[in-house]
Each structure stands twice: as structure tokens, then as C-alpha cells.
Design a protein around this ligand. Structure first.
Ligand code: PLP
Length: 404
């Protein structure tokens, strides 16, 4: 290890930055789980907590049938491929999964990635160049922002969920060859569902393509879990859909892009996270395939998820907390102040409820919150216990008033 003065200054600078984060109450700690993911989890000390912060919408992450499906896929296809897809990393199960994803979303083809972060990182640069315009919602996920940065297309940003501003940006981009509107289907910090029906109308009017990121929507929204397009009745009108296998659809990891054949074929030739990164582990591919096959039969879980979300939203509002309105199982409970949000989450932890505080830079300054996420796996009893803890912590920290 080098001991030169300048290198020490580098390390000292980092330490100073970390100390600064701690002093401001902005330092992120990791909670260590000693159990599977589920409606309850066991934390390091052996304490069981009600878990309100996983993207485990359908309750599949720790489910025994998925563990068995993963073991069966490993047995058949091995542990891993030690290869990218185009060298010797493509197995039958990868092709079957790509077809199942495309069918599920009503698209022609799909391509797998190690993560949705990679799907978004690798989707723009191969398809668009400086002649083109990408028109992006201001609150789009970090991976979309990074993906757009890697692409030479001209960038236009519209105010979050603001259709008038989207139209203004489409007009500003009028001279460009191709125009792509890109939005999260569901925005992860607010639970807002994109106005995809209106986006499609504007896209038609201005001759633009539409891309959505369905990470918090696939398996969650729509009568059959087909996501935001099903929710808004615009299946078949979206050009590019990206999504994750790491949330509702099983919870391990992996991402995908689904689109027309020419798009997917181009990505297979040119998308860098696909060309230069390892093939998805067969246990994940096989299990994801099993989940997609089962998805129609999981509608009871989706109904429970929606019922849990509606129940929690109503009850937490009753208690006097401020939440972002909506219907999605993401329920942002607003504390506004970052250190307060941290203390609130810590107090809930002590009371046996696991939630995470989010603050700048993940959300805007002054918009700190704890984000509650409901799951089909939560029982009413668990939700009532969690609500009682919210009430107690809320009164203690003077977030809400009085007795209830
Ligand atoms: C979680 C998330 C991602 C990243 O998904 P990974 O598969 O975990 O990389 C991308 N976009 C959105 C909107 C997300 O919520």
C-alpha cells in the first residue's frame, strides 16, 4: 500500500466525506438479515421484524416452491456458464425465458441481462445517435439516466409526470430524426403510475417511440400482472419495455428488454452489458421461467397485495401521517427532514418493524420519507402490528399528534 503524501490526501478526503455524511445524518447503514426474505425477517441479533421494505410484492422471494425450482434448474443446467451469451453462455433455458418474457409482455422478442440496471444501461447507445432525441421524465431511475448519458442522442427532460411539459419537449425536439419518450412505468420513490395512456397519445401525435421501465410494475399492475400497459389499456402500443427479475417476479436478480425483433437483434449485436458480461445463472433463468408460467395462477396473490396496499394506505392516513396519494403498494410516508426520517426508521426498528429512510440524493432535499412496501405475504395481523408501531413512533417523535 502506498504511503505517499498525495495518496494519503486521497484517502483522507474520502474519510472526510464519510464523516460529513454521518454528521448530517445522511449515512446509509445496511441491515443484516439472517433469514430468507419474507413478510418477517430475522435480523443479526436474532430478533424477528415485520418487513415493510422489500420489493417482494407477490411474496415469492423466500417461497419454498421457488427454492425448489432453482435447485431443479441448477441440477439440470449447472451452477453457471463462465461465459457471455454469444460465446458459450446460451442454454435452452435462456431462450425459453426470453420467449416467455416476450409473450408475457405482448412483445416480439426479449433479451436477458444480469440486471435491469444493465438493461437500461445498454439500451440507448446501440439504438440512437446524435441525430435523435431522448425525452426523459425528470424522476426516471438512475439506471435510465446513466444509460442516456452513454448515448449520443440529444437529451430533453420533462417535469415529472407533466404531460404539458412532455408535449413542449416533443415540440422542442421536432427537428430530430427519431424521438424516444422514456419513463418509469411506476416511480420507485413515490409509487406514482405513469400516465401511459396520455404518453401514448402524445407519442402518436408527434411520431415518437415510447419506452418504459417496468421494474415496479411487472407482476404487480394490471388484471394479469402485465404491468403499466395493462393497467392503462395500452398493451401493444409500447416500443421498448425494460424490467427486472429481481422484484415481484421472484426477487433474485436479472433484467430484460422486450421490443420488436429488429430492436432485440440489434441489442444482441451491440449492447455492451450483454456482450461483455456473464450469462444469467441458470438457476435464476429456470426459476423465472417457472414464475412466468405460474403468473396467471398468482392472481390471488395480486389481489391480496392490492387489498393490503389499500388497507395500509387508509389506516396510515387515519393515524395522521402524510403519504403520497395513490394506489400502488409503494406507500411513501413523508417525514420531509432527513435526520428525522432516519430516527423514525430507527425507532420502528426498535419496535420490531423494518422500514428504510430515503433522503437526498435518492429523493429531493426536504422530501425525506420512509417508504413502505406492501406484499401479498403480509397478514392483516402483521399490518396492524406495524401500524401500532407507526402510531407509537409517530407520537414519540411528534410526527403525529394525540392519542388514538
Ligand atoms: C430496481 C430498479 C432498477 C434496477 O433493477 P435491477 O434488476 O435490480 O438492476 C431499474 N429501474 C427501476 C425503475 C427500478 O426500480
Amino acid at each position: 500500500m502506498s504511503t505517499s503524501i498525495t495518496n494519503e490526501a486521497f484517502y483522507n478526503g474520502l474519510q472526510g466525506g464519510l464523516d460529513g455524511l454521518r454528521a448530517q445524518g445522511l449515512y446509509k447503514e445496511e441491515r443484516v438479515l439472517a433469514s430468507r426474505q419474507g413478510s418477517t425477517v430475522v435480523c443479526g441479533g436474532g430478533r424477528e421484524l415485520i418487513n415493510l421494505c422489500a420489493n417482494n410484492y407477490l411474496g415469492l422471494s423466500g417461497d419454498e416452491s421457488l427454492v425448489r425450482a432453482a435447485a431443479a434448474a441448477s441440477e439440470q443446467y449447472g451452477y453457471g456458464l463462465s461465459s457471455v451469451r454469444f460465446i458459450c453462455g446460451t442454454q435452452t433455458v435462456h431462450k425459453q425465458l426470453e420467449k416467455a418474457i416476450a409473450d408475457f409482455l405482448g412483445m416480439e422478442d426479449a433479451i436477458l441481462y444480469a440486471a435491469a440496471f444493465d438493461a437500461n444501461g445498454g439500451v440507448f447507445e446501440p439504438l440512437f445517435d446524435e441525430s435523435d432525441a431522448i425525452i426523459s421524465d425528470a424522476l426516471n431511475h438512475a439506471s435510465i439516466i446513466d444509460g442516456i448519458r452513454l448515448c449520443k442522442a440529444e437529451r430533453y427532460r420533462y417535469a415529472h409526470n407533466d404531460m404539458a411539459d412532455l408535449e413542449a419537449q416533443l415540440q422542442a425536439a421536432a427537428g430530430k430524426r427519431h424521438k424516444l419518450i422514456v419513463s418509469d412505468g411506476v416511480f420507485s420513490m413515490d409509487g406514482t403510475i405513469a400516465q401511459l395512456d396520455k404518453i401514448c397519445v402524445l407519442a402518436d401525435r408527434y411520431g415518437a417511440l415510447v419506452m418504459i421501465d417496468e421494474c415496479h410494475a411487472s407482476g404487480v399492475l394490471g388484471a394479469n400482472g402485465r404491468g403499466t400497459p395493462e393497467h392503462h389499456g395500452v398493451i401493444g402500443r409500447i416500443d421498448i419495455i425494460t424490467g427486472t427479475l429481481g422484484k415481484a417476479l421472484g426477487g433474485a436478480m436479472g433484467g430484460f428488454t422486450a421490443a420488436r425483433r429488429e430492436v432485440i437483434a440489434t441489442l444482441r449485436q451491440k449492447s455492451r452489458p450483454y456482450l461483455f458480461s456473464n450469462s444469467l445463472a441458470p438457476s435464476i433463468a429456470g426459476t423465472s421461467l417457472a414464475v412466468l408460467k405460474d403468473l396467471p395462477g398468482l392472481s390471488a396473490r395480486r389481489e391480496r397485495l392490492q387489498a393490503n396496499a389499500a388497507y395500509f394506505r387508509a389506516a396510515i392516513g387515519e393515524l395522521g401521517f402524510t403519504i403520497k396519494p395513490g394506489t400502488h403498494p409503494i406507500v411513501p410516508v413523508m417525514l420531509f427532514d432527513a435526520p428525522l426520517a432516519q430516527r423514525f426508521a430507527q425507532r420502528l426498528y426498535e419496535l420490531g418493524v423494518l422500514v428504510t429512510a430515503f433522503f437526498y440524493p435518492v429523493v429531493a432535499i426536504g422530501q425525506a420519507r420512509v417508504r413502505v412496501q406492501l406484499s401479498a405475504a403480509h397478514s392483516r395481523e402483521q399490518l396492524d402490528k406495524a401500524l401500532a408501531a407507526f402510531a407509537a413512533a409517530g407520537r414519540e417523535l411528534k410526527v403525529i399528534q394525540g392519542e388514538r
